[in-house]
Design a protein around this ligand. Structure first.
Ligand code: PBG
Ligand code: ZN
Length: 324
């Protein structure tokens, strides 16, 4: 049957009819809020490049998480920052008294219903801003980085993190971290691999927030090339073999095809990281009056879920109630 017998507009004639057939919004439980934790007390510093997001000390973080937990948001992903000296190997990242190591138990105690995840990397703690120590050619030393990343992951897991999430894109980092967790009796800790993580131009606002931009060079020697999606898919396959519990595609919106493909290839849960640039470009567009903030946010989040994401790591998480 064809037009005029079939009229597709019948199914969208009124809001009531449309509502019957529209997919429901992703539930709040699927959202994880990325958080920037800093030392000190009563610190809540707005991040210029990311409207609505702040660098927070632990006490402020606990206050801000209350309405978030109330809305049923799934959890938080912690990024730490140090005021102390940075060094060549980023040793501040595995300091037992570091800000992430202190934030984790505080959040667990106050909000047992939230899943606490931690970003495992070195770039916010190295003096050169790369995700691992440099060798004598100025390249990130893969295997040396792995040993340090394992120490970071163990320190987060000992602090009580439910999920550790290595983001450095070193070869073998997942295996190395999984082994270290097991050796330390931390076999219950979940490992979420930033597995298909592209060297993207969309991390700019985050690097401003974290003060983690490399002082020289870029991350193209370790993060996946967006020009070579097949190699990027292998990253996810390897991470699954190495013992990851959850895979991730990052960024999300420019890589929905890759997300759908990872979803098709694995039975592991797949997370999508709706990164800083994706968040800030919507804010920037809305600020110029070129689109409605909440409409654009909703549409983008629906796209990520439709592509197959089980988890949405997103700066929109604390605004769930305004959005849906
Ligand atoms: C650090 C890290 C980055 C992000 C998450 N972990 C930045 C980078 O790789 O340069 C980006 C997150 C975002 O843009 O929201 N390894
Ligand atoms: Zn890094």
């Amino acid at each position: 049957m064809r037009f005029p017998d079939v009229r597709l507009r019948r199914l969208r004639r009124s809001p009531a009819i449309r509502r019957l057939f529209d997919a429901p919004p992703p539930s709040p439980a699927k959202f994880v809020w990325p958080l920037f934790v800093v030392e000190g007390e009563r610190r809540c510093e707005p991040i210029d490049s990311m409207p609505g997001q702040n660098r927070m000390s632990v006490d402020v973080l606990l206050r801000e998480l209350e309405p978030v937990a109330e809305q049923g948001i799934g959890g938080g992903l912690l990024f730490g920052q140090t005021e102390g000296a940075k060094d060549a190997g980023g040793s501040g990242a595995f300091d037992d008294r570091g800000v992430v190591q202190r934030a984790v138990p505080a959040i667990k105690r106050a909000f047992p219903e939230l899943v606490v995840m931690t970003d495992v990397c070195l770039c916010a703690y190295t003096e050169h801003g790369h995700c691992g120590p440099l060798d004598r050619h100025g390249q990130v030393d893969n295997d040396a980085a792995n040993g340090l990343l394992a120490r970071v992951a163990v320190s987060h897991a000992v602090a009580g993190a439910d999920v550790v999430a290595p983001s450095a894109m070193m070869d073998g980092q997942v295996r190395c971290i999984r082994e270290a967790l097991t050796e330390n009796g931390l076999e219950q800790t979940l490992l979420m691999a930033y597995s298909t993580k592209f060297a993207s131009s969309l991390y700019g606002p985050f690097r401003d927030a974290e003060n983690s931009a490399p002082s020289a060079g870029d991350r193209k020697g370790y993060q996946a090339s967006w020009g070579n999606p097949r190699a990027a898919l292998r990253e996810s396959e390897f991470d699954e073999e190495e013992g990851a519990d959850i895979l991730m595609v990052k960024p999300a919106l420019f890589y929905l095809d890759v997300l759908a493909e990872v979803r098709r290839r694995t039975d592991l849960p797949v997370a999508a990281y709706n990164v800083s640039g994706e968040y800030s470009m919507i804010h920037a567009t809305a600020a110029r009056g070129w689109g409605d903030l909440h409409d654009m946010a909703r549409e983008s989040l629906a796209a990520i879920e439709r592509a197959g994401a089980d988890l949405l790591l997103s700066y929109w998480a604390p605004f769930y109630r305004e959005l849906f």
